[in-house]
Design a protein around this ligand. Structure first.
Ligand code: JB3
Length: 209
C-alpha cells in the first residue's frame, strides 16, 4: 500500500513538495493551511483543509511545506505528534554516505555528494548542489540553483538565495541570509545579511529573530 502523508502549508512551495511526493509514489491525504481563503481549494486534486493545528493530535507521516525557515521551525514545535518524513525526488542524486535529516525535502536535479550531512526540515530546492563533507544545519533553505563546494558548514536556519554559491571550506553562521547570486568567499557570522560578488555584510540589516 502507498504511504499517505499530511502536507502542512498550501502555497507555491507546497505545490512542488506535493509534486515531488507523488513522483516518489507517496499519496497525500490532506493539505492544511491557516489561510481561510484557501480552504476548499485543491492542489492536484488534493483538498486544502484548515487550520494547521487541526492536525495537532494526529499521529501520521507528514511534511512541512512552508518556505520560510522560522515559520517551519515554529510550527514543528507545535506539531509534536506528526511523524516527519524526508522526501528525495527520484531524479535527485544523494550519495549513499550522505545523511539527510527528517522533514527535509530534496527537489529534482539536486546533487548531494559523499559524507554531506543535511539537517532536519531543510529545503534543498531545484537543481542545488551540496558537495562532499558539507554540513547543513536544521531549517535551512538552499534556493534553486545554489551551489556549496566541499567542506562548507552552514548553520541553523540559513537562507541561501537563488543561485548563491559558497567556496570550499567556508562557514556561514546561524540564521544568516545570503542574497540571490552572491558568492561567499569568507566565513560569515550568525544573523547577518550578505549579498554581492564577493558577498559583503549589509551593516544596516539586523536579524533579530
Ligand atoms: O522560490 C521558490 C522556488 N519557492 C518559494 C518557497 C520556497 O517559499 C515560493 O516561491 C514562495 O516564496 C514560498 O512558498 P510558500 O511557503 O508556499 O509561500 P507562502 O504562500 O508565503 O506560504 C505558504 C502558506 O503558509 C500560506 O498559505 C500561509 O497561509 C502559510 N503561512 C505563511 N506564513 C503561515 C505563515 N502559516 C502560519 N501558521 N504562520 C506563518 O507565519
Amino acid at each position: 500500500m502507498r504511504e499517505e502523508i499530511i502536507v502542512v502549508g498550501g502555497g507555491g512551495h507546497a505545490k512542488v513538495v506535493i509534486a515531488t511526493a507523488l513522483e516518489c509514489g507517496i499519496n497525500v491525504s490532506i493539505i492544511v493551511d491557516d489561510d481561510p481563503s484557501k480552504w476548499g481549494q485543491n492542489i492536484f486534486g488534493i483538498k486544502i483543509h484548515g487550520p494547521i493545528l487541526s492536525v495537532k493530535e494526529i499521529r501520521s507521516p507528514a511534511i512541512m511545506a512552508i518556505g520560510n525557515n522560522r515559520t517551519r521551525e515554529n510550527l514543528v514545535k507545535e506539531l509534536e505528534n506528526l511523524q516527519w518524513i524526508s522526501i528525495i525526488h527520484p531524479r535527485a542524486y544523494v550519495h549513499r554516505t550522505a545523511k539527510v535529516g527528517k522533514g527535509t525535502i530534496i527537489f529534482a536535479g539536486s546533487v548531494i555528494q559523499p559524507d554531506a550531512r543535511i539537517g532536519d526540515h531543510c529545503i534543498i530546492n531545484t537543481g542545488s548542489t551540496v558537495d562532499h563533507d558539507c554540513s547543513v544545519g536544521d531549517f535551512c533553505h538552499l534556493a534553486p540553483g545554489t551551489h556549496i563546494a566541499g567542506g562548507v558548514t552552514i548553520g541553523r536556519g540559513v537562507f541561501l538565495g537563488v543561485g548563491a554559491k559558497v567556496v570550499v571550506g567556508k562557514k556561514i553562521g546561524d540564521w544568516s541570509i545570503i542574497g540571490a547570486g552572491a558568492v561567499v568567499l569568507e566565513d560569515l557570522p550568525d544573523r547577518v545579511m550578505a549579498a554581492g560578488v564577493p558577498a559583503k555584510i549589509k551593516e544596516s540589516y539586523r536579524i533579530d529573530t
